[in-house]
Design a protein around this ligand. Structure first.
Ligand SMILES: Cc1ncc(COP(=O)(O)O)c(C=O)c1O
Length: 428
């Protein structure tokens, strides 16, 4: 058995040293928490390696939503009756859980959104609309997901501003000297992903923030792919905005959050108008609610929020440092084994990577690779991964992408490798 099966967990904080041994990272036990993983697909055990697209849900998340609907569901923030008070309290606990998860200073800095995409659009539509003008610049990088490109393109088009792009190198790392050179007195915002979904690159966010702040430029971080794999501390990173998606981190779809520094959020205009985001309304004038409600118009995704809390609690229960250690070994194993197959080209070989293995297979379209793998029960994503500029840079139309979670195993890496050999047998 590979040593990856038994990564020891550090003792809980506050536990006396030398006390009872801490439990091991037991991937088989973890897998039992995810009902979907135990099924067969095309007669083969499911090997789910599409975690960068979305992650599967543990029972605790599924049951948290069910429990809400069975016991205490009502609309929040509006009722004096028992159910409404219960659901409001539960929903506001989600905010505290997200705050704690991101290590933000205050809950009013956590704005609920539908996900990362909406969080970025919120900043573009509020901060962007008021701060970016003709001739100004927004700086992104060449490895962004479309959701961290297109909102800025729309904004720049509307305002007559310029979208600048910091380049990447052949490993898939941001060229930091170029990024620094592109920070100008016209730059109004830097928007960068923490982890690239197409390449797995972990970007040096703290360094980018330092360079940008030295010129007084705020930084938005797209954290969609980072939060499932890395401990994130927004205060330590000192970023100004941080966007996350619930479904990437074992929670439900349709819920996510934007962290923003209170002084920035305070100065920003509302995102959408409607109920909950106001403190008073007359036909002459509306005054807006305090943070974070100013940015939360309408009935939110209450059940999604409840599920998100269960997901973050679950991840915290395992521990992100153990998750990171385990996934690093899994990725190293996959990189070595897949990279050794003749005809495979790895796309994205950054020195710091998280959980993503993108590759092409000589002479075979990635969609065919994905289809053959699917017949073996192995689910990978094929396509441009909503990062077409990355594909253009590497001069490939698409890649096959295996992306890992802490419930994946070394045996599943072997199934991936066997599947690629099958591709070779069929097309070779
Ligand atoms: C890096 C990155 N940013 C943003 C997004 C968009 O996230 P969502 O679709 O949850 O809004 C994704 C989703 O794949 C992503 O990988």
């Amino acid at each position: 058995m590979s040593s990856i099966h038994a990564v020891r967990q550090p003792p809980p904080i506050g536990a006396a040293t030398g006390a009872v041994a801490a439990p091991t990272f037991d991937v088989q036990r973890i897998r039992r928490d995810f009902p979907i993983l135990s099924q067969k697909v095309h007669g083969k055990p499911l090997v789910y390696l599409d975690n960068a697209a979305t992650t599967q849900k543990p029972i605790s998340v599924i049951e948290a939503e069910r429990d809400l609907y069975e016991r205490y569901y009502a609309n929040i923030h509006r009722g004096v009756h028992w159910l409404s008070v219960e659901s409001t309290e539960a929903y506001e606990k989600v905010r505290e859980t997200v705050r704690d998860f991101l290590h933000a200073a205050e809950t009013r800095e956590i704005v609920f959104t539908r996900g990362t995409t909406e969080a970025i659009n919120l900043v573009a539509a509020t901060y962007g609309r008021t701060r970016v003008g003709v001739g100004d610049e927004v700086l992104i990088t060449a490895l962004e997901h479309h959701s961290n490109i297109v909102p800025w393109q729309i904004l720049c088009e509307e305002k007559g501003a310029k979208l600048k792009v910091a380049p990447i190198d052949l490993r898939g790392e941001i060229v930091m000297e170029e990024l620094e050179r592109l920070l100008s007195e016209r730059t109004k915002l830097v928007a960068v992903s923490h982890v690239s979904n197409a390449l797995g690159t972990i970007n040096p966010i703290a360094d980018i923030v330092r360079l940008a702040h030295a010129k007084g430029i705020p930084v938005l971080v797209d954290g969609a792919q980072a939060t499932p794999h890395l401990e994130v501390d927004v205060q330590e990173l000192d970023c100004d905005f941080y966007a996350i998606s619930g479904h990437k981190i074992y929670g439900p779809t349709g819920v996510g959050a934007l962290y923003g520094k209170a002084e920035l959020l305070d100065a920003m205009p509302p995102y959408q108008g409607g109920g909950d985001m106001i403190s008073s309304v007359t036909f002459e004038k509306t005054t807006y609610n305090v943070l974070p409600y100013k940015f939360e118009a309408g009935t939110p995704n209450i059940a999604g929020g409840i599920g998100l809390k269960a997901a973050l609690d679950y991840v915290k229960g395992i521990g992100l440092s153990d998750i990171r250690r385990y996934e690093e070994k899994l990725l190293a194993l996959a990189t070595e084994k897949v990279g050794a197959i003749p005809g495979v080209r790895l796309i994205g070989t950054a020195r710091e990577k998280a959980a993503v293995l993108s590759f092409t297979f000589q002479g075979v379209h990635p969609h065919d690779v994905g289809t053959v793998l699917d017949r073996q029960g192995v689910a990978v994503r094929t396509g441009h991964h909503c990062a077409q500029p990355v594909m253009d840079f590497f001069q490939v139309p698409a890649t096959a992408r295996a992306s890992f979670a802490f419930y994946n195993t070394p045996e599943e890496v072997d199934a991936l490798v066997a599947g690629i050999h099958e591709v070779k047998r069929m097309f070779g």
